[in-house]
Design a protein around this ligand. Structure first.
Ligand code: PYR
Length: 385
């Protein structure tokens, strides 16, 4: 091309690139705040993968009402302060229509008030503590709360092992592990299972010998662990080093197969509840598992499945609304469209349920889903039959 021709074509090229960026502006920006580094990355990386897979699927099928979904992903490191920073960036700078995450309930309690004040949906896919959706009408979650899962898990574990008494260990400075402890305590009282001793630890602890020695002396039939996966794995390993053979019962923190990276075979017989199982061979779950393996070369877990379903829930809500381009209006339209969405996803049939009422406060939406119970065998979670 001659120089003159280039000069003549330049304005056209500029116009074309302007048009291209205008078309880009029609992308629907969805924020994702996930722990991609630090101990909670054991959940966060799977979450990111689940979202990416679902967004690719929606976009490959033409997007939503002709608009492509664009995930803006930020690492909140599993820390409260970072979750606040990332929420602010996604909401005010990136102008995301909605924010998924953060990974831990502990961070959600810090970050979700920002979303509620800005009238932007904060959609948790792995927050299971009590009180998350009491933060405001813009907080949604498809992660099933501990209060719904732990009674089912406990009953199944008691029956499976013939448990008469348990010891408890939990993290007392994390919102999820503390909430799980409160639910376990109530559940054990309801199910008339005596507690031999209750031991606590703090975030970042790596040596649990003092607590485990007391648990050993109290001679329980099983150990209830309201813990995040890394701490749980170390606790399980150290229990075996003390010659203790008791099985573990846990909450959502134990649903990551990363547990076995550290605990290896010592993690066998650990029981936990979830709406998801790799053995649940519905067409939606089979398709999810196959697509995940093809894209990432590894098996998905519950955290990936819930993230994957969450993206499809939001895509279904977006299909029902006509985006106006006025961000504030569109954010509210999405919040209003979400509660009626139901899907048949990787985790099974999903619907929202309004959170329990709080006097003088608008509340958000919890997951309405049945929990199933899994047991660890040979480094895998299998259905407890
Ligand atoms: C939570 O932080 O709520 C989890 O379930 C891990």
């Amino acid at each position: 091309m001659q120089f003159k021709t280039i000069l003549k074509t330049l304005p056209l090229l500029m116009l074309a690139s302007g048009l291209a960026s205008a078309a880009h502006a029609a992308d629907v920006k969805l924020g994702l705040a996930a722990a991609l580094t630090g101990p909670a990355a054991k959940y966060g990386v799977a979450i990111k993968n689940g979202f990416s897979l679902a967004a690719d699927e929606v976009n490959a099928a033409g997007g939503v009402n002709g608009n492509k979904l664009l995930l803006v992903i930020e690492d909140e490191q599993g820390k409260k302060e970072e979750a606040i920073n990332v929420f602010k960036k996604l909401i005010f700078k990136d102008k995301a229509l909605l924010v998924f995450g953060p990974t831990l309930s502990n961070s959600a309690f810090a970050a979700d008030p920002i979303a509620n004040a800005a009238k932007v949906v904060a959609f948790g896919t792995s927050n299971t503590a009590d009180g998350i959706t009491a933060m405001g009408p813009f907080t949604f979650r498809n992660s099933v709360m501990e209060a719904d899962v732990l009674p089912v898990t406990t009953r199944a574990a008691v029956k499976h092992f013939g448990i008469k008494k348990v010891a408890i260990i939990y993290g007392n400075d994390d919102a999820f592990t503390k909430s799980g402890y409160d639910v376990f305590k109530g559940t054990l009282a309801d199910q008339k299972i005596p507690v031999t001793t209750t031991e606590a630890y703090a975030k970042g602890d790596v040596d649990f010998k003092a607590q485990l020695t007391k648990i050993k002396a109290s001679n329980p039939d099983a150990i209830v662990c309201s813990c995040l996966t890394e701490e749980a794995a170390n606790i399980i390993l150290q229990t075996r080093a003390l010659g203790m053979k008791q099985p573990f019962i846990g909450g959502n923190g134990l649903n990551s197969p990363k547990l076995f990276d550290i605990a290896k075979g010592a993690g066998d017989d650990t029981i936990m509840g979830s709406p998801w199982s790799s053995e649940n061979l519905t067409p939606a779950n089979k398709a999810f598992i196959a697509a995940y393996k093809a894209k990432f070369g590894s098996d998905p877990d519950q955290f990936a499945a819930q993230a994957y379903d969450a993206l499809h829930v939001v895509a279904a809500a977006l299909k029902k609304i006509k985006l106006s381009g006025a961000l504030d209006k569109d954010r509210i339209a999405l919040q209003q469209a979400l509660p009626a969405v139901t899907i048949d996803g990787a985790t099974g049939k999903f619907a929202f349920r309004k959170a329990p009422p709080v006097t003088g406060k608008e509340v958000g939406y919890d997951a309405q889903q049945e929990a199933i119970v899994n047991i660890a065998k040979g480094g895998k979670f299998i259905l407890l039959k």
